[in-house]
Ligand binder design. Sequence first.
Ligand code: ASP
Length: 330
Amino acid sequence: MRTLSRMIAAIGAVSLVAACSGNDGTSGGGYPEQNITIVVPFSAGGPTDTVTRMIADPMAKALGGKVVVRNAEGAGGTVGAGDVARAQPDGHTVLMHHIGMSTAPALYKNLDYQPLEDFATVGLVTEVPMTVVARQNFEPATFQDLVSHVKANAGTVTLANAGIGAASHLCGLLFQSAAGVKLQEVPYQGTGPALTDLVGGQVDFMCDQTTNTSGQISAGKVKAYAVTTPDRVKSLPDVPTTTEAGMPQLRVSVWHGLYVPAGTPPEIVQKLSGALQAALADQAVIDQMAKLGTAPVTAADATPEAHRTHLDEQLKTWAKIIADAGVQAS
Ligand code: ASP
């Protein structure tokens, strides 16, 4: 297996932005008839989990039912996604996933689901910047120092990620490719445990979404070197962009979307999509997201059609990049 660095070199700037299309909301009859479970394919306390818990209650309110969140972590999000692909297509099992939905088919040889065939898209949710962060007492003071330091200490520096194919893994590879270095990577089941170890000083640095690094940065528990978006993140005004810090190739943000198993009645999908749009218009959700460096997508993007178009485009983009690089996760 070759490393993903060639693939990442080919990416250059990766911006994962949603496309737009229309929507029509219809009633889902007696739905929901029981609790709705949103499966998060990463561990609790990570960005995917955080975003899910933010919208769960407002969605429940809009649906007139109860929404519970279940973490089903493992293998870069493929375990939880597989669970939902095989669930009853009745709208009571929903998946929250991110960019990993579009990278996994090319990365994992024995994936037991196909994103476009085995799921119905409900709507996009948000697109989140990433940050390069380190344990608080990591020696480098600036992003430029970080690059020199890891190059000089490539044999000992550790780089955490949330699993193979996770956004943090891709971001870490992009960093290594741009820096021209190969580091020791430490995979976790999600950002939750990875960040815990980073705060505890068990690993040196990582790249992850602002949804979970912002609080640790503000509390002074981790050191922030850069944000991976072209512009600074409003909630982290003192953190330079990777472009300002001299590494414009390290440009990545992470899109999230909701899915149900294929075969779910379209009126139920529309009802879920309407509830998602209601949640994303909720001022408390908008405020919470802003505090964590992100924002809801537009109502037009929180639709099955816009989400499917985006997923289709992303699957093609990543299939080519990954095939060109000739890499596999397992
Ligand atoms: N942020 C993680 C990733 O790197 C996943 C998570 O825990 O939400 O993909």
